[in-house]
Design a protein around this ligand. Structure first.
Ligand SMILES: [Zn+2]
Length: 256
């Protein structure tokens, strides 16, 4: 009986956490929270399959290319939200099975530019890459900032638009198909230690493995030195843990 009550409570709290993983307190460094993956009854699912949307933003193309082999090792397909103009990196990434999304020409805060500049930075910049044969289904707002009118302006040009922040959200496939999602930052600046990073990643990945749903995670360069980037060791921890849990890596465009 007690176990039944505990299961109901756990189900309730896990359903809440689908809305926002960050609504619960962060686990203490080095402590991996327990999740009821071995309970006898299955937990409610928000939709199969479960997996990750891993993205890298900005213009770290030379660095990213050096880690293609690491991504290959774990069969991880990711989305690179590039800024600026077309480069040979785009072709190399697509050849590897990754997706190229767009992240504006020069990474302005779109809340602070004129409408003319907004369109030059988004649709104008994307046009140059599209002429090179890239479909650019996906768009990431610089700093994650957007307003409703921007969504109206971009929705017919990009199948999915992406915001960005510290909050973890897990999405059902229909919610992704609605066209706008927000991704959690897993940059070095978000975690005081490797142990804190590993605890948070484990908790999030175990949650989607047991409960279903798609988890968007975003970082930038790949180095231990940058605030807005991920160390190679942390990236490999994420890739290895996802592989061990049997989670699939999706590209943003896979849902469209
Ligand atoms: Zn950016």
């Amino acid at each position: 009986m007690a176990k039944r009550v505990r299961l109901v409570l756990l189900s309730f709290f896990m359903a809440l956490s689908i809305l926002s993983c960050a609504s619960r307190p962060p686990p203490a460094p080095g402590v991996v929270p327990e999740f009821p993956v071995e309970e006898e009854e299955p937990l409610p699912s928000i939709g199969e399959p479960s997996g990750l949307l891993l993205a890298f933003d900005d213009d770290y193309e030379e660095v990213w290319e050096r880690y293609f082999d690491l991504l290959d090792r774990y069969e991880a397909k990711v989305t690179f939200f590039v800024q600026g103009d077309y480069s040979t990196f785009c072709a190399a990434a697509v050849k590897k099975g990754h997706e190229i999304g767009y992240h504006t020409k020069s990474h302005p805060n779109l809340l602070k530019v004129s409408r003319q500049v907004f369109f030059e930075e988004t649709l104008g910049g994307a046009e140059a890459l599209r002429q090179q044969g890239l479909p650019l289904k996906s768009f990431a707002y610089p700093y994650g900032f957007s307003e409703p009118w921007m969504e109206d302006a971009l929705e017919e040009h990009f199948s999915i638009r992406r915001g960005f922040g510290a909050t973890c959200r897990i999405y059902s496939v229909p919610a992704i198909k609605a066209g706008y999602i927000s991704s959690k930052s897993i940059d070095n600046i978000q975690y005081k230690s490797d142990a804190a990073f590993e605890a948070d990643i484990s908790a999030m990945l175990m949650m989607i493995q047991s409960n279903g749903g798609i988890l968007p995670l975003t970082t930038h360069t790949i180095t231990a030195k940058a605030d807005w980037g991920i160390s190679p060791e942390r990236l490999e921890y994420l890739l290895r843990t996802a592989a061990e849990l049997g989670l699939k890596f999706y590209r943003y465009g896979d849902f469209f």
